[in-house]
Design a protein around this ligand. Structure first.
Ligand code: CA2
Length: 146
């Protein structure tokens, strides 16, 4: 049976491909979803792909992933740097979680250097654009099926 992986995306990522291509590239969120589905097929992972602009909705979905899925890939976007609620939800979900960012947050403003999510993630990938989603799914796959 396929393992189920939730791929969750936070605020403003629905705007990808329309603004700030120098920072975030030209791919859309639809392109990222397609990539995740292709990688999921190759790795025999069932992908649940979602985006929301709302912190509480992300918390609900992380809880759902903890109940139903074997792994989580999350780009929490700006909530990375602000949200104790996401930290608590991921810690409580107790499933392997990869935090991902399109941009290299450490090469950007100081307020992006701290993450509330990283301490409860298995690992962090940043700076590789949409390829990071592929890397995150490959990494999770090796953890779920060692
Ligand atoms: O690099 C990433 O993936 C980020 O998670 C993106 C967040 C940012 O707050 C994080 O520090 C790093 C911002 C997402 C905003 O997405 C936009 C997309 C198109 C145009 C403008 C913003």
């Amino acid at each position: 049976m396929s393992a189920s992986i939730y791929v969750l995306n936070g605020p403003n990522l629905n705007r990808l491909g329309t603004r700030e291509p120098g920072t975030y590239g030209t791919s859309t969120l639809g392109d990222i979803e397609l990539l995740c589905r292709e990688v999921g097929e190759d790795l025999d992972l069932e992908i649940e792909f979602r985006q929301t602009n709302h912190e509480g909705t992300l918390v609900d979905w992380i809880q759902e992933a903890g109940d139903l899925a074997q792994g989580l890939v999350i780009n929490p976007a700006a909530y990375t740097h602000t949200s104790v609620a996401l930290h608590d939800a991921i810690r409580t979900a107790e499933i392997p979680t990869v935090e991902i960012h399109l941009s290299n947050v450490f090469a950007r403003e100081a307020f992006r250097h701290h993450s509330y999510v990283s301490p409860v993630a298995l690992g962090v990938i940043c700076g590789f654009g949409i390829t990071g989603y592929r890397l995150a799914l490959e990494a999770l796959s090796t953890v779920i099926r060692p």
